[in-house]
Design a protein around this ligand. Structure first.
Ligand code: HEC
Length: 116
């Protein structure tokens, strides 16, 4: 019993200190990496309204997260570009699609921010 409590405490502390990174990592795994990832689907204009609002929440969380590397102003620029592109798509503004494709460029963001 005592051991279980201790283990749980350790996990909680671990999650607390790694929160910013975990946000980015889980967003990458769920919304960027898969073949049918929402970030890719939305850029093709194939995401539903519900999917777009889910993606917007993910992007808004990214604006508040800390990148593994690189400076904050560059990160802010890249993540707010993601947010504004999705908002345009939601408003049926077709320029949002090309903006999202540009903003989700993996290498352009990984080079300055992903770290090793
Ligand atoms: C706005 C910036 C940004 C964009 C755009 C981006 N990434 Fe990332 N990605 C990151 C950062 C930052 C990390 C490092 C996360 C960490 O280790 O803390 C990362 C890490 C990853 C990882 C490793 C996750 C892990 O478990 O460590 C994968 C996989 C990944 N990205 C896939 C992609 C793919 C595929 C795309 C393009 C479709 C993409 N990313 C676009 C910022 C971005």
């Amino acid at each position: 019993m005592k051991k279980t409590v201790l283990t749980l405490l350790c996990i909680a502390v671990g999650i607390g200190s790694a929160a910013a990174d975990a946000t980015v990592k889980s967003a990458m795994k769920k919304y960027f990496k898969p073949e049918d990832a929402l970030a890719k689907k939305a850029g093709k204009g194939e995401a539903s309204d519900a999917e777009l609002s889910e993606l917007l929440k993910c992007f808004e969380a990214l604006t508040k997260a800390k990148p593994a590397e690189g400076d904050d102003s560059s990160w802010e620029k890249k993540t707010t570009a993601l947010v504004s592109a999705v908002k345009k798509i939601q408003a049926k503004d077709a320029s949002g699609l090309s903006e999202l494709k540009k903003a989700t460029n993996c290498k352009a963001c990984h080079d300055p921010h992903k770290g090793k």
